[in-house]
Design a protein around this ligand. Sequence first.
Ligand code: B12
Length: 230
Amino acid sequence: MDDAEILEGLKQAVLEYDAEGGTRLVRQGLDRGIPPLKLIDEGLSRGVAIIGEKFQAMEIFLPELMMAAKVFLESMKILEPVILAAGEGRQKRGVAVIGTVKGDVHSIGKDLFGTLLKVAGFEVHNLGVNVHPGKFVEKVEETGAEIVGLSALMTTTMPSMREVIEFFLSRGTRDRHTILIGGGPVTEAFRKKIEADGYGETAQDGVELAIQFVKQRHAAGAARGHTTDS
Ligand code: B12
């Protein structure tokens, strides 16, 4: 099997709800040296995108959606440690609190974002799914996180992202944190509308934004320190 066949096979494994076949192909792909993110983006994710369309067209229903998710989740059990190994020994870059917003139980993209943040050197506090806005504020205050990552996969739960921002505003701490948002239906226009700091189309885009924002904050902090000293 060549690389293209493995990637196509992964897509098919999701479409056929074949978790065993999926994990076998993931192992084969890793053995061949295919990067884990390529297995996700060009294999598994292509499958779930089609599953989403079929679900919307009512060709399949919730049980199938769950079985397709299982193929992804089982594959991630193998891929996550491999991805994390790439970040071992990296210098700590900052602290992040992430979660899927209230009313939404989709976890896969958010967890991938968390894994990639760890690889980049962030200490990550993953609050899970269906997270009440107050929980984000609580955890951020407890950990001193600079980055807050919010995920929403449904148009109906996107407004919960604004609620989180409002919780920070009501605490008077909005400016101390960088709020990043992402997930299927989220867009840059929506980011502007709710006044979040950054939108990542992919988890990797989000990590790059997080790195950039932390650098800017540190640079601004250093500049302020310099002004006070002189
Ligand atoms: C798998 C799946 C499920 C699984 C989730 C399992 C799990 N543990 O996550 C299960 C079966 C539980 C599920 C349930 C439901 N689902 Co569903 N689900 C999906 C599906 C097929 C794939 C989602 C996925 O995991 N994709 C793969 C990951 C990797 O992609 P991703 O999450 O988008 O993440 C990427 C980026 O968005 C980004 N990202 C994600 N989060 C963040 C955060 C930050 C900060 C950043 C920077 C980036 C980032 O990074 C990732 C890539 O690098 C989607 C279809 C779709 N096209 O999205 C429907 C979909 C999201 N589901 C849908 C629906 C309707 C439901 C249900 C309501 C169904 C029902 N009748 O019960 C329930 C929801 C219940 C609830 N209250 O939440 C609809 C939502 C429609 C809408 N209103 O907008 C979709 C779009 C399907 C459809 N086309 O109709 N679902």
